[in-house]
Write a protein that binds this ligand. Structure first.
Ligand SMILES: [Zn+2]
Ligand SMILES: [Zn+2]
Length: 263
């Protein structure tokens, strides 16, 4: 059985666990080591289960805990060439740390085959990941992306679980407190994904067989879980589907683990 749990999600810090019961990997470590351990403890995942770290991109909410993490746990770090270069030049990581630049062909790690795909974001080189477990379960994860292109949709379709950003409500962002430059950055095609754009992918996802969707990286100021869910519900009802019956939709909380998905 595959397991996925969001440990922390949002601009204050991200960390996700993907794997099985006895081994798995972390995606991003944008929180302190203590916070990470607290979250793992609360969902009964021993630290030793973590066999590798995958990093989506170099923004601090995705890497700020990497120094202390690697001091406590010596596991390989997989990321794009540009992200590897950024981290190794800008973080106080142990000299013994192993960094591996991902190629499009993917890698075998912790009983899974992991394939990266590019995501459009205003970072050096941002990646999403597709995880294929040894018991043939698949998870696709795409967070921090300004829009969904054809290649991303192809990677998201036909998985058992899709973890996708649903960052902001267009009206809340438009009329909210953020300065103009930030509104422009967030809503640009290389910024973050709106509820509207996220939910517009649902018909393709559901038709391809996706039955679980986890919405992550919700903005604190420009979104609310109930609004993201309302967009999800309306996208499902347009194709005659219902949340809970045809597709499980979960929202990742900011400061604590979400629901452990086992499938
Ligand atoms: Zn982020
Ligand atoms: Zn980012």
């Amino acid at each position: 059985m595959a397991r996925f749990v969001s440990l922390y999600s949002g601009s204050s810090g991200n960390a996700f666990y993907v794997g099985g019961k006895d081994s798995g990997v972390l995606v991003d470590v944008g929180v302190s080591f203590k916070s990470l351990c607290d979250a793992l403890n609360s969902v009964d995942i021993p630290l030793e289960n973590i066999k590798a770290l995958f990093v989506t991109h170099e923004h601090s909410d995705h890497i700020k805990g990497i120094d202390t993490f690697l001091k406590h746990l010596s596991v390989p770090v997989y990321a794009s060439k540009e992200t590897v270069s950024y981290i190794t030049h800008n973080s106080d990581i142990p000299t013994s740390s192993t960094f591996i630049e991902l190629s499009q062909h993917g890698v075998d790690v912790a009983d899974m085959f992991v394939t990266p795909f590019d995501t459009p974001h205003d970072s050096l080189h941002s990646l999403g990941f597709k995880f294929h477990t040894s018991d043939d379960r698949t998870v696709a994860l795409a967070t921090d992306l300004g829009h969904i292109n054809e290649n991303i949709l192809k990677n998201l379709c036909s998985n058992d679980l899709v973890v996708i950003e649903s960052n902001y409500d267009c009206d809340m962002l438009k009329y909210g407190p953020y300065p103009y430059y930030l509104k422009k950055r967030i809503s640009s095609p290389i910024g973050h994904l709106s509820n509207t754009d996220c939910s517009s992918s649902f018909s393709s996802l559901i038709y391809s067989g996706v039955t679980r969707i986890s919405l992550v990286h919700l903005s604190e100021k420009n979104n609310r879980p109930e609004i993201a869910l309302a967009y999800a519900d309306s996208a499902l009802s347009e194709i005659g589907c219902k949340r809970g019956r045809d597709c499980i939709i979960d929202i990742a909380p900011r400061f604590q683990p979400g629901k452990m998905m086992i499938f």
